[in-house]
Design a protein around this ligand. Structure first.
Ligand SMILES: NC(=O)c1ccc[n+]([C@@H]2O[C@H](COP(=O)([O-])OP(=O)(O)OC[C@H]3O[C@@H](n4cnc5c(N)ncnc54)[C@H](OP(=O)(O)O)[C@@H]3O)[C@@H](O)[C@H]2O)c1
Length: 129
């Protein structure tokens, strides 16, 4: 069996994707490849300047929006501002092995970033699309 690569992505023209944590790492590569396949890609990032810089290096249709997945106020605001269809949600943003810290909502930060935020985001976006 041959190894799957981004070249195996189907034509995503007319599709809309959200990639969280798309300003660097795997999220940036994912955003780039989805846009290259024709999707409109929303880079959902906590640092807008970093996100805009990342988007400027992507060929295709992109948009940068503010999202801190560890903060439920930010997650709600992102979901509530969403209009129109959404075909792909890539819950990529994440952290690991960080020092103990609490979010504004009082959750341990890794739990909030990797699980609670993505769960809330997915559920709220499902309710809107
Ligand atoms: N690389 C691996 O080998 C590996 C293995 C297993 C799992 N993963 C998971 O795969 C995902 C991507 O990994 P990676 O290596 O690309 O990680 P990375 O280079 O550390 O990038 C993580 C991205 O998530 C963003 N992010 C972190 N917290 C955020 C928050 N609260 N709100 C919004 N964005 C946030 C970061 O934004 P900033 O640019 O602003 O910091 C960054 O763009 C992560 O969830 C990671 O845990 C990675």
């Amino acid at each position: 069996m041959s190894k799957w690569t981004a070249a195996d992505l189907p034509d995503l023209s007319g599709r809309t994707a959200v990639v969280t944590g798309a300003s660097s790492g795997i999220g940036l590569v994912t955003a780039r490849e989805l846009a290259s396949a024709g999707a409109r890609v929303v880079l959902a990032v906590r640092n807008l300047d970093k996100g805009r810089k990342a988007a400027s290096g992507i060929t295709g249709q992109t948009e940068v929006r503010q999202l801190d997945v560890s903060d439920l106020t930010s997650v709600r605001a992102f979901a509530e501002s969403w209009t129109g269809p959404l075909d792909l949600l890539i819950n990529n943003a994440g952290i690991m092995q960080v020092p103990l810290a609490r979010t504004a909502d009082g959750f341990e930060s890794q739990l909030a970033t990797n699980y609670i935020g993505p769960f809330a985001l997915s559920t709220l976006l499902l309710c809107r699309t």
